[in-house]
Design a protein around this ligand. Structure first.
Ligand code: NAP
Length: 415
């Protein structure tokens, strides 16, 4: 058991365990949380009330969460002189399931990005972002309800691995010279250089997680999104490794578009289809034929772009949840940042963190809790008492504070 200098382990509660590939969740799990910077504390105050109310509604006194506050970001730096204390990472490992608010990236020193560090140190190799429409939310589409996808973005490799050199640096010049002389590559003078590592191991484990999710949740298709027509050995390999892992690890559970086009006994109209799309075409597909897509698996950079674009189609960042998931360790977090101009105004939309909590409860197997919260959110939106960001897109809506929106969700859970 780790010892904590800054955080306090709750007097009651047990750690979630991971045995033979399965989470073992006690009735009173300890869950570490980071409030986050900027609007993080406002959002957390509303969110935790929603989480506790939903657990109580579903389980009465049988189950409850012991929340454990851990430190990262500005609060950690101000109180303890460290942006990301080691013990916070230890808590995420020890208790296995955690939730965090947004963290600002320190400017002019410190570490490169707390979020990227967390993902790499804990090997949270999948960034999972479900994107769906909530009835009544303003959006730019004619039929927003047709989009309902779950995006699995590879979280540790690709150009996000942080292997890059500034133009004119000694390293960039040396590597460029090596490539020019050894491999006859034409690289312009004074070029910045970046490396895009994508491994068979990293690609396959991501696609495997997406395939398992598709099967477990009765989804209709799994689409591998890549730019393999141009980047053949990285993005193209991602596609090939994706098809390989589906064929070897999920024999008989998927069919391909090629199988379907053959017709006859080999094809089944109801099969779980694995297909692939080139990334640029995929943006068009999600706009024009969104209902043809379901679970999506994609490398890091594509996933970053696609998940924000998809969120915009259903109303934007205020309701965009996420989870960073590895093998038996997960940190759930909203897609948006700290929105510092709204800090301490009790104004911002807590919906993304609340929906990240829904993902967390689903991951823990407390599915009914997640369903209750979603019902509460749907009813709050139907009642048109929403935070400013939703109110400005919903004719006739009344703008309410962060805390009042939390209250409306709690009220809506029982309705
Ligand atoms: P941001 O914090 O996401 O805010 C950009 C705008 O998005 C806000 O001004 C607001 O738009 C809207 N928005 C964000 N969250 C919202 C919410 N909960 N409800 C309603 N509207 C919301 O992006 P940023 O200003 O580029 O980044 C600020 C800081 O956050 C930076 O330090 C960045 O590094 C950090 N960041 C952290 C994470 C993370 O921790 N995972 C992710 C992204 C960024 P309006 O002004 O139109 O109302």
């Amino acid at each position: 058991m780790a010892s904590y200098r800054f955080a306090t382990r709750p007097a009651e509660g047990d750690a979630i365990a991971f045995e033979k590939g399965v989470l073992q969740v006690p009735n009173n799990p300890v869950i570490p949380y980071v409030e986050g910077d900027g609007t993080g504390p406002d959002i957390w105050r509303a969110s935790v009330r929603v989480f506790d109310a939903a657990v109580k509604l579903v389980y009465g006194s049988e189950k409850r969460i012991s929340w454990m506050k851990v430190y990262a970001g500005e609060e950690a730096h101000a109180k303890h002189g460290e942006w990301l204390p080691d013990e916070t990472l230890e808590a995420f490992k020890e208790f296995r399931v955690s939730i965090k608010g947004p963290l600002s990236t320190p400017v002019g020193g410190g570490i490169r990005s707390l979020n990227v560090t967390l993902r790499q140190v804990l090997d949270l190799y999948a960034c999972i972002r479900p994107v769906r429409y909530f009835e009544g939310v303003g959006n730019p589409m004619k039929e927003p309800e047709k989009l309902n996808v779950v995006i699995f973005r590879e979280n540790t490799e690709d150009v996000y691995a942080g292997i890059e050199w500034k133009a004119g640096s000694k390293e960039a010049e040396e590597i460029a010279d090596f490539l020019r002389t050894k491999f006859k590559k034409d690289i312009r003078a004074h070029s910045a250089l970046g490396i895009k590592p994508m491994s068979e191991f990293g690609s396959k484990r991501l696609v495997k997680m997406a395939a398992e999710y598709a099967i477990a949740n009765g989804r209709r298709s799994l689409t591998l999104v890549h730019k393999g027509n141009i980047m053949k050995f990285t993005e193209g390999a991602f596609r090939d490794w994706g098809y390989d892992v589906v064929a070897t690890d999920f024999q008989g559970q998927f069919c391909t578009e090629a199988d379907l086009s053959k017709g006859g006994n080999g094809s089944r109209a109801d099969c779980l289809v694995v297909k692939d799309r080139i990334a640029d075409a995929m943006f068009q597909q999600l706009l024009l034929r969104p209902d043809e897509y379901d679970v999506i698996a994609t490398p890091n950079l594509n996933g970053d772009y696609i998940s924000d674009a998809a969120a915009a189609q259903v109303g934007g960042l205020g309701l965009a949840p996420g989870g960073n998931v590895g093998d038996g360790v997960a940190v759930f977090e909203a897609t948006h940042g700290t929105a510092p101009k709204y800090a301490n105004l009790d104004k911002i939309n807590p919906g993304s963190v609340i929906l990240s909590g829904v993902m967390m409860f689903e991951y823990m197997g407390w599915k009914e809790v997640g369903q209750r919260i979603v019902r509460g959110l749907e009813n709050a939106i139907k009642g048109k008492r929403v935070t400013y960001d939703l109110a400005r897109q919903m004719p006739g809506a009344t703008e309410v504070s962060t805390s009042a929106f939390g209250d409306a969700i709690i009220k809506g859970m029982g309705a």
